[in-house]
Design a protein around this ligand. Structure first.
Ligand SMILES: Cc1cc2nc3c(=O)[nH]c(=O)nc-3n(C[C@H](O)[C@H](O)[C@H](O)COP(=O)(O)OP(=O)(O)OC[C@H]3O[C@@H](n4cnc5c(N)ncnc54)[C@H](O)[C@@H]3O)c2cc1C
Length: 510
């Protein structure tokens, strides 16, 4: 197909009219769209739709600066160029494709958001311009940090930062649509909170994963990726390899244990907490130690205190006290799309400075109500004399002995250098995550990726890793780009926007 209109003037007027809830004939070239009721969120969804339909003139800032129908028509209308051979797959008849446009490694929230953005893109273009994608996920079903779905824990981001809203406020995959489908919309509104329970957000993600029209191989672990001169070949344990023109790696992070600590049934990272607790041998000591000062550490401490009412909980960390997470409005700007662009165009020193300024939004920081709740519990125990919760600041675990019957732990108070030896049933390290090295995921192909002086991948603004000329396709990263794209990289905050940017890059790099 060639020379057909991608975005005719009629289509553009129809799109605007639909969003405003008016008949197209009510819009003239002179209509001012702000006066007609268009707001920036709806404008964003139009821009997204038109950009994915291939309009280079669909630019949010430009359109917002002159919100007049005639001006927009001139800017946005575009004719399609000739179809580029071999860049799209025949997916319109539902047949199995041999080579896909993109293989996604991992199917957590990042690649789920991408799958939705691809589905929405495919709906807005004709079959020749659709993107064929396939995802491999090592878990047997969709799951988002299931081991930390602790009762009562809430999200650290607004529900509006769901999988889609910031990219397409009209998407059927929004958290609000999920609530409506679950018949809970008014109850949620009455709840008056921006922060759903983590269990509820997990249910939303599962709902979206069930609903999205995506080709996902569950129980499929990518063991390495090769470039065969024409395509990427993703090697999957126990299954045939999958070939793709491009790769999007969204495989999450590796749990971080302090040097020298070996994981066991009684010594473990918090990431799989619930599974480890289920597998815990009979309790002999009725005592737990939790190491760490971040949100997860505080949540684990509170959970153990609730779930084991006969046990002591010792929370150990180097600070004097937990630090409140900075969730204030200006600090939150560090998660905006503009901040990602700013971060990427900054030099190495400025990037580091920005990360340092705003670490407190995410790292080693705890929601203030949880800090207050822990303090309240500990204080009440002081009053009653029945102590079970011991928050031990300025301290560290200096020795561990893991035995059949429990773990002997030495806790050192750093200022006084006094030590306390206690026996416990388990010690939990809530000591964060580290990026997975690309070579661990990709195998030898990782060596074709360019890195900085700290071995971190060099990544362009559209999340594409710079590679040697030997690699013809694009390797995109979701996560593992904090050094190039800033603090949102490891979080959910920017998923919706990032997935739209990835689709745009996939489309334009054809
Ligand atoms: C307990 C907890 C709570 C959090 N809460 C928030 C929050 O409230 N707000 C926020 O913004 N962020 C939060 N985060 C940050 C978190 O990293 C993101 O929420 C999110 O998980 C990022 O999604 P992802 O898809 O990039 O990575 P993940 O969710 O880690 O998903 C990666 C997926 O890749 C799969 N995988 C890995 N290797 C392979 C392979 N070789 N082959 C196939 N599949 C593979 C994994 O099984 C996994 O399903 C939280 C993190 C934790 C641990």
């Amino acid at each position: 197909m060639s020379g057909s209109i991608v975005l005719s003037r009629e289509n553009i007027v129809a799109d605007i009219a639909e969003l405003l809830g008016v008949a197209p004939k009510e819009l003239t070239d002179d209509t001012n769209l702000l006066d007609a009721g268009l707001d920036s969120i709806r404008l964003m969804s139009l821009v997204e739709k038109w950009r994915t339909a291939g309009s280079p003139g669909a630019d949010f800032v430009n359109l917002a600066s002159e919100p007049v129908v005639g001006v927009w028509l001139d800017a946005v209308a575009v004719e399609a160029g000739p179809v580029q051979e071999g860049m799209t797959m025949a997916i319109d008849d539902g047949s199995v494709v041999d080579v896909v446009d993109v293989v996604g490694v991992g199917f957590g929230p990042s690649n789920l958001a991408l799958a939705i953005a691809i589905e929405e893109h495919n709906r807005s273009v004709d079959p020749e311009h659709q993107i064929a994608a396939r995802f491999v996920e090592k878990q047997s079903r969709f799951g988002w940090h299931r081991g930390m779905l602790l009762p009562g824990t809430t999200m650290q981001i607004s529900f509006l930062k769901d999988l889609v809203t910031q990219r397409n406020a009209c998407s059927e995959y929004s958290f609000l649509n999920y609530l409506s489908q679950r018949d809970r919309l008014s109850h949620f509104i009455n709840h008056q909170s921006f922060f759903p329970a983590r269990v509820e957000f997990h249910d939303y993600l599962e709902w979206a994963a069930d609903k999205v029209d995506a080709d996902v191989d569950f129980g499929a672990e990518a063991r390495g990726v090769a470039w065969d001169g024409e395509f990427f070949e993703v090697q999957v344990a126990g299954r045939p390899s999958i070939r793709g023109r491009n790769l999007v790696v969204a495989a999450g992070f590796t749990a971080n244990l302090p040097n020298g600590v070996e994981s066991s049934t009684r010594v473990f990272h918090n990431h799989q907490l619930l599974d480890h607790l289920r597998a815990l041998p009979e309790q002999r000591h009725h005592r737990f130690v939790v190491v760490g000062a971040g949100q997860s550490a505080a949540e684990v401490t509170a959970h153990l205190h609730d779930a084991y009412p006969r046990s002591e909980i010792h929370a150990v960390f180097g600070k004097y006290g937990y630090t409140p997470a900075d969730d204030s409005p200006y600090a939150n700007r560090i998660f905006d799309a503009e901040a990602v662009a700013d971060f990427h165009r900054s030099g190495a020193d400025l990037r580091q400075q920005l990360l340092d300024y705003h670490r407190g939004t995410n790292y080693s920081a705890v929601d203030l109500p949880l800090i207050e709740e822990l303090y309240r519990r500990e204080y009440q125990e002081r009053v009653s004399g029945n102590r079970r919760l011991f928050v031990r600041g300025a301290s560290e675990v200096s020795k561990i002995l893991d035995t059949d019957s429990g773990v002997s732990v030495r806790i050192s108070h750093r200022p006084s250098q006094e030590t306390d030896d206690i026996d416990c049933d388990a010690i939990i390290f809530a000591t964060g995550f580290r990026p997975t090295h690309l070579t661990d995921l990709l195998g030898p192909l990782g060596q074709e990726c360019e890195t900085d002086d700290q071995g971190r991948p060099l990544v362009s603004r559209d999340y594409r890793v710079l590679t040697s000329d030997r690699v013809g396709g694009a390797i995109y990263l979701q996560g593992n780009t904090e050094h190039t794209h800033g603090l949102t990289s490891t979080l959910l905050s920017n998923l919706a926007i990032r997935s739209g940017e990835l689709v745009e890059s996939l489309v334009t790099s054809r």
